[in-house]
Ligand binder design. Structure first.
Ligand code: KIV
Ligand code: ZN
Length: 511
């Protein structure tokens, strides 16, 4: 008899807490649809009480997704829980995930509450949540540094109150596998009625042990794992969904557990999340890194060619590599493009929005022979889908590079409809371009990160650029894609400036 392992994806909530990874409603919907296709059981769509935009995004995901449970995070406060309840109301299956810190350090310094008050608040939060759904999850934040007797008391109380999933987070990524497994096992042994609820684990990767700790929890009785695509998340991130799922599947002899995940959707999901958040995947990342199935050494290649299993424990096609279909080319028409976008879950706000995407596609097809799904995903930024006018827009760019001469860039851009231009020299064409943009906008931002990735292979591939800018405590990631990486860089820079231009006030759930 195999048991089921529940996959709870928190890319849209904990993943979104990575610097600059905040997502718009449209982006969340695109990722949520893909997560549904991937087969995750629960999608944590956000923290509804964070802002009006976050509330709307969770609600939109709840309206869209049909095959997965849609969940909102809520601190253990009446306002948070009610906002979460209202946001998940349209879901076919909705969950409220409420939490409160249980470690002495958090209770004393963050909450300024004693143990009795924390238990009382946890129980009250579960009761408020039950007014909206019978699917209530409770998390004891910083469980890793909480006193075991107190944890038993809190979990006992919330089970009595009616919560049905008990999440045990290693909030600060402090544990090691043996200790984490022991903690889960102890809780299951000591908490009354522990067999009536699902035990869940939520591990952060500060010591690089999030996946190992989660798997140890599973071996000790946890039946839900909270994880994110590509391991995205606060600081060093969360446990990577793809690694958990493939470990459980590949070592079924040890885990004897099934998930609902369609593993062939793993790589497409990874690429979508990376392109939307601007967080590239390192080449040697397990499962979804570009090198994960590449065999460099002659000995390995020889072995793999003679008998695949000599060096491969999984098949690349089983996790969705090679699934990037040659989609379209220069001669493809509007219908073909429309259908392809539909299969990628991209919906346009209007016919004009689709026309704008078609124009971009034709422009790209003139420069690139073969256009893949990833190229199309990069083509449709929010402004194209929702057809919003960007405040800062690139009109034209000329960059000149020659050996022995300082590169120079001339930028023409529109700001709120008016045209501006500037020319600057720089250490390279990208540097010169950014300097020219800054000469026009004087943004006062700090450039925190600049990275370029090729979307597909080949020298005619589009370069996907991420620019992270910080200003007055706000951090945003801007993305741009083009076969010319200087142009892609300019788009990414302006995309980041546009994000900063839109004022945004959001609460962070754990601060
Ligand atoms: O890391 C953590 O403790 C969390 C909780 C809110 C579950 O993200
Ligand atoms: Zn977390």
């Amino acid at each position: 008899m195999t048991d089921k392992l529940i996959i709870f994806d928190t890319t849209l909530r904990d993943g979104e807490q990575s610097p600059g990874a905040a997502m718009t409603r449209e982006k969340k919907i695109r990722i949520a649809r893909q997560l549904e296709k991937l087969g995750v059981d629960v999608i944590e769509a956000g923290f509804a009480a964070a802002s009006i935009g976050d509330f709307e995004a969770v609600k939109a995901v709840a309206e869209t997704v049909r095959e997965s449970t849609v969940c909102s995070l809520a601190r253990a406060s009446e306002n948070d829980v009610r906002r979460a309840g209202e946001a998940i109301a349209p879901a076919k299956s909705g969950r409220i995930h409420t939490f409160i810190a249980t470690s002495p350090i958090h209770m004393q310094h963050k909450l300024r509450m004693n143990e009795d008050q924390v238990v009382e608040r946890a129980v009250q939060a579960v009761k408020w949540a039950l007014e909206y759904t019978d699917d209530v999850e409770f998390s004891a934040e910083d469980a890793v540094r909480s006193d075991m007797d107190f944890l038993v008391r809190v979990f006992d109380a919330v089970i009595k109150a009616g919560a049905r999933t008990m999440n045990v987070p290693d909030t600060v990524g402090y544990s090691i596998p043996a200790a984490w497994g022991e903690r889960i096992s102890q809780l299951i042994q000591r908490v009354p009625n522990s067999d009536k609820v699902i035990w869940s684990t939520h591990c952060h990767n500060d010591l690089g042990l999030a996946v190992a700790n989660s798997l140890s929890a599973v071996l000790n009785g946890a039946r839900q794992v909270e994880c994110t695509i590509n391991g995205l998340g606060e600081r060093a991130g969360n446990a990577a969904l793809e690694e958990i799922v493939m470990a459980v599947k590949t070592r079924r002899d040890i885990f004897n557990l099934d998930t609902r995940i369609d593993t062939t959707q793993i790589v497409p999901t990874s690429k979508l999340v990376s392109s939307i958040t601007g967080y590239p995947v390192q080449p040697n990342k397990a499962i979804v890194g570009a090198n994960a199935f590449a065999h460099e050494s002659g000995i390995h290649q020889d072995g793999v060619l003679k008998h695949r299993e000599t060096y491969e424990i999984m098949r690349a096609e089983d996790v969705g590599w090679n699934a990037n279909k040659l989609t379209l080319g220069k001669l493809s028409g509007r219908n073909a493009l429309r259908q392809r976008f539909a299969s990628l879950n991209v919906e346009f706000a209007s016919e004009e929005a689709f026309n704008a995407a078609f124009a971009r596609f034709k422009e790209l097809a003139d420069r690139k022979l073969e256009i893949f799904d990833e190229d199309l995903q990069a083509l449709v930024s929010d402004d194209v889908i929702a057809q919003v006018d960007e405040h800062y827009r690139l009109v034209s760019l000329r960059a000149h590079c020659e050996t022995g001469i300082l590169p120079v860039a001339r930028v023409v851009m529109s700001i709120g409809g008016g045209l501006f231009d500037a020319e600057m020299q720089g250490g390279g064409p990208v540097d010169a371009t950014f300097k020219a943009i800054e000469k026009i906008v004087h943004s006062g931002t700090e450039l925190q990160l600049y990275s370029v990735n090729n979307i597909t292979s080949g020298t005619d591939a589009q370069g996907e650029v991420t620019v992270r800018l910080a200003k007055a405590g706000r951090i945003v990631n801007g993305q741009g894609a083009d076969t010319d990486i200087v142009v892609a860089s300019a788009h990414a820079y302006l995309n980041a400036l546009n994000k900063l231009h839109v004022s945004s006030e959001r609460a962070h759930p754990q601060v």
